[in-house]
Design a protein around this ligand. Structure first.
Ligand SMILES: Cc1ncc(COP(=O)(O)O)c(C=O)c1O
Length: 453
């Protein structure tokens, strides 16, 4: 164990009746992990079982959802895609140091900022990112928006695989273009791309861009090199630009592998952009700091020339991301172990105790895509949605009814499947980025609610 890691552990445990707390939470995790039939790695350097209160900082996952649902007690918000863990200690230390300098004049990014982006991706994924082609973004969607505007001047359409990230619909609309949904097909429990349909849609419609997600939120696929080559060939042949949103790439469950789209061959790298950030991985989303790159220098120049000028981002975000990539490898390894165990725990709990919800351990992201169709049927969600639509004049979906049921009966917030495309009906998205204890309590609450039906 390095000195740095020893320091981290001290930092984490400082002031927290350390030994007793660590002993008790580790044994809780161990018990829960064993209960799930999936032995958690016990070589963790970071105490991810640490429970602390996020309420009161105006955050979207807790405070916003609680404020939006005043008539229920939201005990387990498992919607918005961030996590309930403290960030890497070095991040907090570096931010504190910078804060104490007490001057906020113009400032350049840390000198090694881009080197650490390159090193992180090389060391973890053997991906060669062209350092000179890295461009800052105020979040991944900010970069996607700039690319859409720069490469869609003729107001053509954008293809997306669905179920797909809800933010894709919004950003496409912000760019004043329209999406075309390419529904993924579920084959033996895993979603697959429909290449024939993709070809037909690209030939028939005025589509110029594929907005792609790897690993894919919300279904959790880590796309294989073969799958992506087949998709990339279809696009390259027709001059369709690929935008690869790989913001979730640091979350990969044990049986899966993340392959960067830009790493599968030069021709794919030359006809694509990739967008990433340390924000999901280290809980830094509030810092609004991300980056994009392409092997194709002309593509990068075109985006910048179209008005994407982000040389200087907020310095705190740049420092935070830099420290995370510089010192965060073990934290991320621990996080992956923890998320993998959370996913196994969820799978076993659904199978043994909540048969109305179906879930199989996914590949990447900390988001899960729960098949709640049996539950929807049991609570009569379709008829209720139709009734509410007729009486309110608003479009109330099965997912809306399920969302309210989870909130009211179990205190759990999960996202309606329809947010992710037309084929999301009957599914709900649950965020596993929380402690095992909260996950366990939330599932017990859901179990009790289903037993009462
Ligand atoms: C796939 C995907 N892309 C982008 C984002 C948003 O990223 P940012 O906040 O950096 O714009 C999210 C957030 O949930 C996401 O899941």
């Amino acid at each position: 164990m390095t000195n740095e890691i020893k320091l981290d552990r001290r930092f984490f445990m400082k002031g927290a009746s350390a030994a007793a707390l660590l002993g008790s939470v580790l044994s809780t995790s161990k018990a829960l992990a064993q209960d799930s039939g999936h032995m958690m790695s016990m070589s963790m350097d970071y105490n991810l079982d640490d429970e602390y209160n996020r309420i009161g900082f105006n955050n979207a996952k807790w405070d916003m959802i609680i404020a939006q649902n005043p008539d229920v007690e939201v005990k387990y918000p498992m919607g918005v895609a961030d996590m309930d863990f403290k960030t890497l200690p070095q991040v907090t230390r570096a931010l504190r140091k910078r804060l104490m300098h007490e001057n906020w004049g113009y400032e350049l990014p840390p000198v090694d900022y881009k080197d650490n982006i390159v090193a992180w991706n090389k060391e973890r994924y053997n991906q060669d990112i062209p350092k000179d082609n890295i461009v800052n973004c105020i979040g991944v969607l900010d970069g996607v928006l700039s690319i859409l505007k720069a490469f869609n001047p003729g107001k053509s359409k954008v293809l997306i695989h669905t179920p797909g990230y809800s933010g894709f619909f919004s950003v496409i609309h912000e760019a004043q273009v329209m999406e075309v949904e390419n529904p993924l097909k579920k084959v033996n429990g895993r979603y697959q791309m429909d290449y024939d349909l993709m070809e037909k849609q690209l030939d028939a419609d005025n589509i110029k861009i594929l907005l792609f997600c790897n690993p894919q939120n919300p279904i959790g696929n880590c796309w294989t090199a073969n799958e992506m080559r087949k998709m990339g060939d279809i696009c390259n042949k027709r001059g369709i630009l690929v935008i690869a949103d790989e913001i979730h790439c640091d979350f990969v469950n044990k049986h899966a592998k993340y392959v960067p789209y830009a790493s599968i061959g030069k021709e794919y790298a030359m006809n694509s952009f990739t967008l990433k950030s340390a924000s999901k991985s280290f809980n830094l989303a509030a810092h609004r700091t991300a980056y994009m790159f392409s092997d194709n220098k002309e593509y990068m120049d075109r985006v910048v020339a179209s008005g994407h000028q982000r040389g200087l981002l907020n310095i705190m975000g740049l420092i935070a991301s830099n420290e995370a990539y510089k010192h965060g490898a073990k934290y991320m390894d621990d996080m992956q172990d923890y998320m993998d165990a959370n996913a196994h725990f969820l799978e076993k709990t659904c199978k043994d105790r909540i048969p109305l919800i179906k879930y199989k351990v996914h590949e990447g992201t900390y988001l899960t895509w729960l098949d709640c169709s049996a539950l929807a049927k049991k609570i009569g969600a379709k008829a209720e949605a139709e009734k509410q639509t007729a009486s309110s004049g608003k479009d109330v979906t099965v997912g809306d009814v399920l969302n309210k049921w989870f909130l009211k009966e179990a205190g759990v917030n999960v996202n309606a499947g329809e947010h992710y495309g037309k084929n999301g009906v009957g599914y709900m998205r649950m965020n596993l980025g929380t402690t095992r204890k909260k996950l366990s309590d939330a599932l017990t609450s859901i179990e009790n609610a289903t037993k009462a039906l």
